[in-house]
Design a protein around this ligand. Structure first.
Ligand SMILES: NC(=O)c1ccc[n+]([C@@H]2O[C@H](COP(=O)([O-])OP(=O)(O)OC[C@H]3O[C@@H](n4cnc5c(N)ncnc54)[C@H](O)[C@@H]3O)[C@@H](O)[C@H]2O)c1
Length: 186
């Protein structure tokens, strides 16, 4: 039976994928460092999956978690745009360097396919809604520069995902600042 690995398994989307795979009877391994994820998110499946507390920045732990994996859902990230503005180094480290680690470890382990959760935040604030894949991603610091979409790979892309246990976020106060490569507002 194929083995699925979910990074960010204790997060909103990762834990939802874990529950669905378990429901289907699949073999699941999950990793998370509880940066923003919560043990409660995986409480109902924790005993039925091989859960490991691993940071995607820890290459050795990642490599061990990748052993024997067939399919990979990469959901570990710091998805918050405001966070990427407040502490860009942290977002960059987890989203870019962490994802790069995941890709390298997956290649070493000969994982068959990686599904990466891209985000429509890469398009920035747009007047046209809903956003769509034909839009041109914006090279803005607030979103694109701290997202792994800049790495060459196939991605899945989702908009704001809400669920009964997770209501839509409160509207943002004001507009996100869009910075150019020189650090000035565009
Ligand atoms: N939720 C949405 O509406 C939405 C929409 C579009 C795209 N996405 C993308 O889907 C992905 C998952 O989003 P989410 O809403 O589940 O976020 P989330 O914050 O609930 O989950 C992210 C998980 O990654 C874990 N994590 C963070 N840093 C880690 C590290 N260094 N090592 C291991 N684990 C780490 C966190 O602890 C958390 O459990 C993100 O890339 C996000 O941008 C989400």
């Amino acid at each position: 039976m194929a083995l699925y690995l979910i990074t960010g398994a204790a997060g909103f989307i990762g834990s939802s994928i874990a529950r669905e795979l378990v429901r289907r009877g699949d073999r699941v391994r999950g990793i998370d460092n509880f940066e923003t994820g919560k043990p409660g998110n995986i409480a109902t499946v924790r005993e039925r999956i091989d859960f490991r507390e691993v940071d995607i920045l820890d290459y050795r732990g990642l490599k061990e978690a990748m052993a024997g994996v067939d399919w990979l859902f990469h959901q570990a990230a710091l998805p918050s745009v405001p966070l990427s503005v407040g502490d860009p180094a942290r977002s960059h480290n987890i989203n870019i360097n962490g994802t790069f680690n995941v890709l390298l470890a997956a290649r070493e382990a000969k994982v068959k396919r990686i599904v990466y959760a891209a985000s429509s935040s890469a398009y920035g604030e747009t007047l046209t809604l809903p956003k769509h894949e034909e839009m041109v991603p914006r090279q803005q610091f607030t979103a694109m520069a701290s997202r792994a979409e800049t790495l060459p790979m196939w991605t899945t892309q989702s908009r704001q995902i809400c669920w009964p246990w997770r209501p839509p976020p409160a509207p943002r106060q004001g507009r996100a600042t869009t910075l150019g490569p020189d650090g000035r507002s565009l």
